[in-house]
Design a protein around this ligand. Structure first.
Ligand code: NAD
Ligand code: TYD
Length: 369
């Protein structure tokens, strides 16, 4: 039975207090008057101070809640009738998934399933004309495709799924569920698989902010294994623009790979961070630092099952929507470093609490190589 409910002009974002989600919400409200409902569980990775600048913006409605809580999702959908949902909510750190996979299965798999079930019920209750306008965009990762050899072509939307960590396996499961809800029920879904993001508001456990903050605090820079694992890096606002583009122009049921076309080894990334910091320090002191930040680099025990290389072929999104990344790594990394140096209060806020326990758990038993 269909009711005569109409979709409103609003979007629901889940996980909008995390790194990419908060950047997405901030950018959205800069470019659009359309309100955003932001549902976030506020785990260790969610931080309301990332949304401080829109605290009094009536276009931002924050709701503290869990994507696995069916009642809350149902109420939100009923009350706001969003025309689209963008699902960022996830446990996102590979190392944490190795130490404790439970939360990854709970949020990334079970949570996505509950969200899908409520969205399906809501969507099936819409008149047909509204059903075709609705979108559920699920944000995922290139890690679902597994690891590449040095000469392999980059991942395309046709690459087979081959996840290697509990994190990537949980994201792969969620992608499969989203795909199945399109195939079986016709839910108008979109899936985006993106490469490594960097930029403001990233929780300091991830490679780039960890290295910046360790360096300025004169702490060792812990590079796993031989430092030659390769990642493709994308500035976060480019990712946000890609998601807006896929939401507007992507074809329901399709998958879009998003990448920065910037493949580098981890050690090259750390070297770049060190040389920018050396330069900034020299500018500040009027002379070069006696020793380079590079002296802090410490090779440590590798991550178990560490994927060697990720790379993205972003040809489909370019062909179908015209999206390409705007920021180069050279400019993006400088913006990112400056942001962290200017926002040490945000860092302090987000790393209070249990973060020190995590550092001890993850790095305490790694040996120097
Ligand atoms: P993040 O860990 O910084 O943020 C995740 C957010 O989700 C946090 O605010 C957290 O509180 C919230 N959350 C966690 N569990 C929840 C639940 N059960 N219900 C509601 N909210 C919950 O992650 P991120 O780096 O911003 O990543 C966002 C999405 O993008 C994830 O789905 C991730 O898999 C994907 N992704 C990230 C990257 C990257 O480089 N960071 C790359 C590709 C894809
Ligand atoms: P990370 O930021 O955790 O992202 P992902 O594992 O999702 O790619 O790590 C990026 C790369 O940096 C990865 O190859 C692991 C490596 N790494 C280190 O060498 N040292 C560290 O302390 C961290 C956190 C990551």
């Amino acid at each position: 039975m269909h009711n005569n409910k109409l979709l409103s002009s609003s979007i629901l974002v889940t996980g909008g207090a995390g790194f990419i989600g908060s950047n997405f919400v901030l950018d959205w409200l800069k470019q659009s008057d359309e309100p955003v409902i932001n549902l976030d569980k506020l785990t260790y990775a969610g931080n309301l101070s990332s949304l401080e600048s829109i605290k009094n913006n009536p276009g931002h409605i924050f709701v503290h809640g869990d994507i696995a809580d069916r009642g809350s999702i149902r109420d939100l959908l009923e009350n706001h009738q969003p025309r689209a949902i963008i699902n960022f909510a996830a446990e996102s750190h590979v190392d944490r998934s190795i130490h404790g996979p439970d939360d990854f299965i709970q949020t990334n798999v079970v949570g996505t399933f509950h969200l899908l079930e409520e969205v399906r019920a809501f969507w099936q209750g819409l008149p047909e004309s509204e059903q075709s306008k609705f979108r559920l965009l699920h944000v995922s990762t290139d890690e679902v495709y597994g690891s590449l050899e040095p000469d392999d072509p980059p991942f395309s939307e046709f690459s087979p799924y081959s996840p290697n960590s509990p994190y990537s396996a949980s994201k792969a499961s969620s992608d499969h569920l989203v795909r199945a809800y399109h195939h079986t029920y016709g839910l108008p879904t979109l899936i985006t698989n993106c490469s490594n993001n960097y930029g403001p508001y990233q929780f300091p456990e991830k490679l780039i902010p960890l290295m910046i903050l360790n360096a300025v605090n004169n702490k060792p820079l812990p590079v796993y294994g031989d430092g030659k694992n390769v990642r493709d890096w994308l500035y976060v606002t480019d990712h946000c623009a890609a998601i807006r583009t896929v939401l507007a122009h992507g074809r329901p049921g399709e998958v879009y790979n998003i990448g920065g076309n910037y493949e580098k080894t981890n050690i090259e990334i750390v070297q770049t961070i060190c040389s920018v910091l050396d330069e900034l320090q020299a500018d500040q002191d009027g002379h070069a630092r006696k020793s380079s930040y590079l002296d802090l680099v410490t090779f440590v025990t590798d991550r178990p099952g560490h994927d060697r290389r990720y790379a993205i072929d972003a040809g489909k999104i370019k062909r179908e929507t015209g999206w390409i990344p705007k920021e180069s790594f050279e400019t993006g990394i400088r913006k990112t470093i400056s942001w962290y140096l200017d926002n040490l209060e945000w860092v302090k806020n987000s790393t209070d609490g249990s973060y020190q326990n995590w550092i001890t758990k993850n790095y305490g038993s790694r040996r120097k190589k």
